[in-house]
Design a protein around this ligand. Sequence first.
Ligand code: ADP
Ligand code: TYD
Length: 208
Amino acid sequence: MSAGRFLTLEGGEGVGKSTQARALAAALETRGIHVVLTREPGGSEGAEAIRDLLMQGDVRRWSAHAEALLFAAARADHVEKRIRPMVDAGSWVICDRFIDSTRAYQGAQGIDDAAILALHGFGSRGLLPDRTLLLTLPDGEGDRRAQARDGGAADRFAARDDGFHRSVAATFDRIARDEADRVRRIDASGRVEQVTQRLIDAIADLLP
Ligand SMILES: Nc1ncnc2c1ncn2[C@@H]1O[C@H](COP(=O)(O)OP(=O)(O)O)[C@@H](O)[C@H]1O
Ligand SMILES: Cc1cn([C@H]2C[C@H](O)[C@@H](COP(=O)(O)OP(=O)(O)O)O2)c(=O)[nH]c1=O
């Protein structure tokens, strides 16, 4: 049995993460790879319960610190109950958002990167993906795609200003620069199939 792998997709809202997670899973399945598709927050029973706490209610329901702990707790459950067991069993796990989303989004709320990584070390034993694919679009393009998808429906996280989104994008960029072995920036413009091909090229060295 060949080794399992853990891949994550990251980027702002509407860049095409969930579309590409499905497309990449299908492309890998045609190569005979068993794929598990999952997402955060959520992905295991306990983590989905925490997702409901995070996504519903008033924008000010949680303090930034409480929110960082909830994301870390959800991830700890997801890693222990689902991600690690599936990778250990030889599957390729593709996760729509992971630790870099916490660093970007909770970082944009003033939570220190070192504190987020310390929580990840404790809760998820510091598990990092074999490869992280950071989808990028010009400013505003992801928002337009997300608005076309969601119409007026909004979760607790939708109503944030441009400064917040710029900070999120800047942190993703910094992580991609600092951790270039793990993280690859992918141009998410163009047709879905073109983007999927870029993703496959960016994991070519991991393929069996
Ligand atoms: N390459 C693409 N070109 C145009 N529209 C796209 C493309 N990829 C995804 N979309 C559409 O954009 C919207 C957001 O995509 P989605 O995969 O839900 O993004 P995310 O998971 O990053 O929020 C969806 O309506 C999706 O169908
Ligand atoms: C995983 C994760 C998500 N989030 C936020 C980002 C999104 O605004 C929100 C929900 O993510 P998601 O459902 O993936 O939204 P989208 O499809 O629009 O990308 O949760 C964090 O703030 N921290 C995290 O650790």
